[in-house]
Ligand binder design. Structure first.
Ligand code: SIN
Length: 284
């Protein structure tokens, strides 16, 4: 679809692989169905879309998310007071670790992982703290026919054990996150390594270093070399875009066909974000 197909917004790509800035939408207003359809289409076309200078209350943030589906309440991270669907992601000047500082697809450890995430910038550092995204359709499409065949029908085990289990639990606390679930008891789910996007019908790679443990029927040791190859392949620079945050900017990304990475290059400065996560369906 070309930019000319949008009736109510202007859509300006920020990179060749994915990502576009949207102009002409005020997300604090009631979106007409026509504008919602345009935004939805831009989201499917560009995988991650950005809006600048938004003034959103927690209610309006959630309202925008609800246009796309039901909202997730994170099973391990405590939500905002009075708004359990909103995750506060804050790095204070004295913190060293950041949340999301590794390639991942949000909530792939759930039986029904997230459709999308909507991240709103409340406070940004004077430099750094950018977020990167990688296009997982491109990652799949650029594999050889031989590798595509090897991956066909293969499933992988996804779990939050490493991030929110015994060791991850304390690391999350050091990232300033309030973890609200007891240690241990972290479930695992099997998802196809190549998933078909339920709305576009396109195939994309669906493994990520944060939550993918191993291939189903393979040991961890057997899985590591191929998983490592796929992680490196699917986050190559030509498949990525990078967004420079400004206060009031909002990013809405599709977790079904992207991975993202929050850069941690602004020690001594504050960054405060709020995230609403839209529930998705079981990958096929
Ligand atoms: C996340 O992984 O959802 C956080 C991304 C960011 O803070 O840039």
């Amino acid at each position: 679809m070309s930019a000319k197909s949008y009736k109510t917004i202007e859509v300006n790509p920020i990179a060749g692989a994915l990502g576009a800035e949207i102009e002409g939408a005020d997300l604090s207003a009631d979106l007409s169905n026509e504008q919602f359809d345009d935004i939805h289409q831009a989201f499917l076309d560009h995988l991650v879309i950005f809006f600048r200078d938004q003034k959103l209350t927690p209610e309006k943030h959630k309202e925008f998310g609800r246009r796309f589906g039901t909202l997730n309440i994170h099973p391990y991270v405590k939500g905002m007071e009075g708004h359990p669907e909103i995750m506060r992601i804050v790095k204070e000047p004295e913190d060293r670790l950041n949340f999301g500082g590794g390639w991942h697809s949000d909530m792939s450890f759930l039986e029904e992982p997230a459709l999308g995430s909507i991240l709103y910038a409340k406070d940004v550092p004077p430099y750094g703290g950018d977020t990167l995204w990688a296009n997982q359709y491109l990652a799949y499409e650029t594999l050889s026919d031989g590798m595509k065949k090897t991956l066909e029908g293969l499933k992988a085990v996804h779990t939050a054990k490493a991030e929110y289990g015994r060791e991850g639990h304390s690391a999350q606390k050091r990232k300033g996150m309030e973890v609200n679930r007891a240690e241990g008891d972290v479930p695992a789910y099997e998802h196809p390594v190549v998933r078909t996007h339920p709305e576009t019908g396109r195939k994309g790679l669906y493994v990520n270093p944060a939550f993918t443990e191993r291939f189903v029927g393979w040991t961890r040791r057997e899985s590591q070399p191929l998983l490592q190859f796929l992680y490196e392949h699917c986050t190559q620079e030509p498949f990525t875009c990078r967004f420079r945050w400004t206060k009031g900017a909002l990013a809405f990304w599709d977790n079904r066909c992207t991975q993202h990475f929050a850069l941690n290059d602004y020690h001594g400065h504050r960054r405060e974000m709020e995230r609403v996560t839209v529930n998705g369906d079981r990958p096929v």
